[in-house]
Design a protein. Structure first.
Length: 674
């Protein structure tokens, strides 16, 4: 034994005691000892570790704050995408969500949901390996976020090591980092005393605190964690219901909401919503709604996902806070696709935690519906606590000087005529890429992270480049020089070179990203990926007419017309050719005629949980080989892939004599087909 074996045992004992006291204080809110005793134990452990550095371990309570300030946060890929939630705003919309759930599950029985308050904070992913915190990351774009491990380690309600037993080998916990109201008020009081600017609301305070490059600053902020789910799980199993999974997380040391509840059917969910809404103002933290999730994990898997959100969960947002103010003027902005949007310039008013001075009026139809005039007193709402909008006019306060709002006959930016397409509410500039506003927005979209991901090319820089005449379209970006960039305001030699390097990196892309970057109306990331996969090359896509485009999954007549019209415009083709001549390139995607694929004509059904991939991944792999993946078992089913937890679908397959394979056989099949 080492000569300090007694100290080694004492350090272990101190760490165990501090872990227990920390959990009781920050998670259970039930401290066992006074703060002075906790501080005494901490000082004793610190002294021991100073005398014997060999005793220090990564998850010691003394190591919550450590390391030098960072220059920047590194980007890390999520093990599973961190999806956002779809929102509903009234009982009718929630009932429609429930109806869709039951229709997809092919049941008329009431569905059991988990009910949880929707914390107004920052979503985060925590990776635990063998029970020890390994990495913490923000949601980012859902596929990748920022590594903020050093900052998250400073939050005392985040366990550095899990307590209890039965932890999976790898466990990804998802949760919300938030700032309690009391902590927020204290933080702002301190800022006022120091003569510095405070935060507008607790969510902004939490976001700003998490993104400090110096962990010591984060440690000084009163942040808390509420765990709301799990992502990747390897080498272990969790309960079959979401609420039971959260209770298991609580047993392992995580703070979960005290308002967790199960509800059967729409009426019980609405009752929970109303009860929580009634006590919203009295809660010690901000919430902006209720999250309802199908409680059965097996049913969650069966329901699956759309491009950005799960089909088995929804956020039922509380009614937005409203305030009155005066509409001072209306300006017209031109968007990337030429749509002209009226923007209300308001007497600044504090609504839902922020000061609002602008609000959207959407379009001419909305102005007519509201009957709003310049000079009116209007009611402002932040829809879903996010987007400010004018919801009504207080006619009794209308002044005699109120003026009608008239849409311009020509584009306010380039002077081109405006047009309104039949069947659409939007009025659009006809100037296309000759309109500087459309050029700016098109270039901003092209450079965005989900498109060509040109780091450092922000909105203000694009504005400056266009206004100075240095660029008129996307391909001009690749002709910029260090001298041109360095001459711009706030752009030194190093920043200029960094941008040129980013532009060079962006030349190597993928066909889905390039199609999305072109900014074709109604072609989002999912549609761009589907088009790329279906046609395989840009040349094949360019040759497709509207009828062929409608053969693509999820592409209807409107999107097909948008795509065909875009590629029929010689100006757009010139831009594409210019980009390729400047070195923008991608690899084509191999496409085989569907009838020649090895599983063409075969119908597969997936049930249970797969350990090596998600159900969505498995479905994609099967479809890539030509199979149809159905949601239910019938006599026409050719094969059922059954993972752990398979239920009624497996039973039905066995009763019908449908072949069933397990995950190992499924993986072997995929290997043989590849």
């Amino acid at each position: 034994m080492p000569e300090y074996s007694q100290e080694f045992l004492r350090a272990q004992q101190l760490r165990s005691e501090l872990l227990r006291h920390n959990h009781r204080y920050y998670v259970l809110d039930d401290p066992e000892v006074p703060d002075a005793e906790y501080d005494r134990l901490m000082r004793e452990l610190q002294a021991l570790e100073e005398r014997f550095p060999e005793l220090i371990i990564a998850d010691s309570p003394t190591q919550r704050v450590g390391g030098s300030p960072l220059d920047a946060f590194a980007e890390v890929a999520h093990l599973r995408p961190m999806l956002s939630l779809d929102n509903v705003f009234d009982a009718e919309e929630f009932a429609a969500f429930d109806r869709r759930v039951r229709e997809r599950l092919k049941t008329t029985a009431e569905v059991e949901y988990s009910c949880e308050p929707k914390y107004d904070g920052i979503a985060i992913s925590l990776i635990y390996r063998k029970g020890v915190l390994e990495r913490a990351a923000t949601r980012g774009d859902g596929n990748a976020g920022e590594d903020i491990t050093l900052n998250v380690r400073t939050i005392k309600s985040v366990p550095l090591r899990l307590i209890g037993e039965g932890h999976p080998e790898l466990l990804e916990v998802r949760g919300e980092i938030y700032m309690p109201k009391a902590g927020f008020e204290q933080l702002n009081r301190r800022a006022q005393e120091q003569g510095t600017k405070g935060f507008v609301n607790p969510r902004n305070a939490a976001a700003g605190s998490l993104r400090q490059l110096d962990p010591k600053l984060t440690a000084s902020r009163p942040l808390m964690l509420c765990a709301y789910g799990v992502g990747e799980v390897q080498g272990g199993e969790l309960p079959g219901r979401h609420t039971d999974t959260l209770r298991q997380l609580a047993a392992w040391g995580f703070s979960i909401t005290r308002d967790l509840q199960e509800a059967l059917g729409v009426n019980e969910c609405l009752s929970f919503y109303q009860r929580l809404q009634a006590k919203r103002a009295d809660l010690p933290y901000d919430i902006d709604g209720v999250v309802f999730k199908v409680n059965s994990l097996e049913l969650q898997v069966a329901l699956g996902f759309v491009a950005k959100a799960p089909r088995w969960a929804v956020a039922f947002k509380f009614p937005a806070q409203e305030e009155m103010t005066t509409l001072r003027a209306v300006e017209f902005q031109v968007g990337r696709t030429g749509s002209i949007t009226p923007v209300a310039r308001l007497e600044p008013v504090f609504v839902g935690g922020v000061t609002v001075s602008n609000a959207t009026l959407h379009n001419s139809d909305e102005i007519e519906r509201l009957g709003v005039k310049v000079g009116d007193t209007v009611i402002i709402r932040r829809a879903g606590d996010v987007i400010p909008q004018v919801v009504s006019v207080v006619l009794s306060k209308r002044p005699t000087s109120a003026q009608e709002i008239c849409f311009p006959a020509t584009c306010p930016v380039c002077g081109s005529p405006v047009a309104r397409v039949e069947g659409e509410a939007a009025v659009r500039c006809t100037g296309g890429l000759i309109c500087p506003a459309q050029r700016k927005e098109a270039i901003k979209h092209y450079a965005s992270r989900q498109a060509m991901d040109i780091e450092g090319l922000g909105d203000k820089l694009v504005d400056a480049l266009v206004e100075k005449g240095l660029i008129t379209s996307m391909e001009d970006l690749y002709e910029l020089t260090a001298e041109q960039l360095a001459g711009l305001e706030r752009m030194g030699k190093k920043s200029a070179q960094n941008l040129l390097d980013a532009l060079e990196r962006s030349k190597s892309t993928t066909l889905p990203k390039f199609l999305f970057a072109l900014g074709i109306r109604d072609v989002g990331q999912a549609t761009a990926a589907t088009l790329a996969k279906h046609f395989g090359s840009l040349e094949n896509l360019l040759a497709a007419d509207e009828l062929r485009l409608q053969e693509v999954q999820d592409v209807g007549p409107i999107v097909a017309k948008r795509v065909a019209t875009f590629f029929a415009d010689p100006r757009n083709l010139d831009v594409i050719q210019g980009l390729r001549e400047h070195g923008v390139h991608w690899a084509d995607i191999a496409v085989m005629p569907r009838e020649t694929l090895p599983l063409a004509g075969k119908t597969y059904v997936l049930t249970g949980n797969l350990e090596s991939m998600t159900r969505e991944d498995a479905k994609a792999r099967l479809e890539a080989f030509g199979a149809k993946v159905a949601g239910s078992v019938s006599k026409k089913t050719d094969c059922v892939v059954a993972g752990p937890g398979a239920g009624s679908k497996l039973s039905k397959a066995e009763s019908l004599g449908v072949p069933v394979i397990d995950e190992a056989a499924f993986l072997k099949l995929l290997e043989q087909l590849a």
